[in-house]
Design a protein around this ligand. Structure first.
Ligand code: ADP
Ligand code: MG
Length: 280
């Protein structure tokens, strides 16, 4: 698989006048090396302040590394002349859908960025329809965004990104403000975008069961990468995760106490416990 997003020795410090004489705060990210390959679904975990949002903002040049380089499809994000190209490859979705919706009608909202880019109107029409279809919101195209549920709003925000036809979407806690139904809707949408459109997904989340469903999990701690592996290997590091104040999916908690390997889904958990209890 090709490298779509590459962090090469990336460090980042937030500037502030109130801090140390050199104006730098302690590093939010220290020497990060991460490569995301085309087609992957990657979860990023870590407690508050571990550097997850800083990582997300570096992905499309909202902020620039204070050390090292970030490449999107081989394009250096630190050069402002590259930002449009970078943002056409890599879209961002944030936590609060209300802050991402700008128009008073759903389809206008999805068209917004395309209009700003000067895309022709027939092309906009086609892309907006395709994007709303991809997130399952076609029937709401003439609705007012502010009257939708949280999950629906977040799917409209995702449609606005899809309309740009990105290769990769980075999402910073896209389900954090949603109820369980909204979370389910958004997660299903994400999985479909990956499996049907081949879009690479990086999702920052506090929900361990969401991470368990990804291809790969990166655990951040104090601005470093603590672990970067498959969910099965990451959740096998039960003691290490607990030591860093992280939780694990309930299915992993249960299998751990039963002395079994980590179960990533309820079905797997039931099967392992059943086999243990029946001795079969
Ligand atoms: P997370 O998303 O994992 O909670 P962040 O990337 O937001 O972590 O924060 C990493 C570190 O950078 C924290 O120590 C945080 O306090 C600091 N930080 C984040 N945003 C800013 C900012 N705008 N100005 C100064 N420091 C910041
Ligand atoms: Mg954050």
């Amino acid at each position: 698989m090709d490298s779509l997003l590459r962090f090469e020795n990336v460090s980042f410090s937030y500037h502030s006048e109130h801090d140390s004489p050199d104006g730098l705060q302690p590093t939010a990210l220290s020497n990060i090396n991460v490569t995301i390959r085309s087609g992957e679904v990657v979860a990023i975990l870590g407690h508050n302040g571990s550097g997850k949002s800083t990582f997300a903002k570096l992905c499309n040049g909202i902020i620039k590394p204070t050390g090292g380089k970030v490449y999107v499809n081989g394009i250096d994000t630190s050069d402002d002349n590259n930002l449009l190209a970078v943002r056409q490859v890599l879209g961002m979705v944030f936590q609060n859908p209300d802050n991402q919706l700008v128009a008073t009608v759903v389809e206008e909202d999805v068209a917004f960025a395309l209009e700003n880019l000067g895309v022709k109107s027939e092309e906009i029409r086609a892309r907006v329809d395709e994007a709303l279809e991809a997130v399952g919101m076609s029937e709401y195209k003439e609705h007012a965004p502010h009257r939708l549920s949280g999950g629906q709003k977040q799917r409209v925000a995702i449609a606005g990104i899809i309309a740009m036809r990105p290769s990769c979407i980075v999402m910073d806690e896209p389900t954090a403000m949603l109820d369980p139904e909204g979370r389910r809707e958004v997660l299903e949408t994400i999985k479909k975008l990956n499996s049907e459109l081949g879009i690479t997904i990086v999702i920052i989340t506090h929900h361990m069961n969401e991470a368990a469903l990804c291809d790969r999990v990166i655990v951040m701690d104090h601005g470093h990468v603590l672990i970067d592996d498959t969910p099965r290997k990451v959740f096998a590091e039960y003691e290490l995760l607990k030591h860093h104040s992280l939780t694990v999916p309930q299915t992993v908690e249960l299998t751990h106490f039963a002395g079994l390997p980590p179960a990533l889904t309820i079905a797997e958990c039931v099967e392992q416990l059943y086999t243990q209890i029946t001795g079969g």
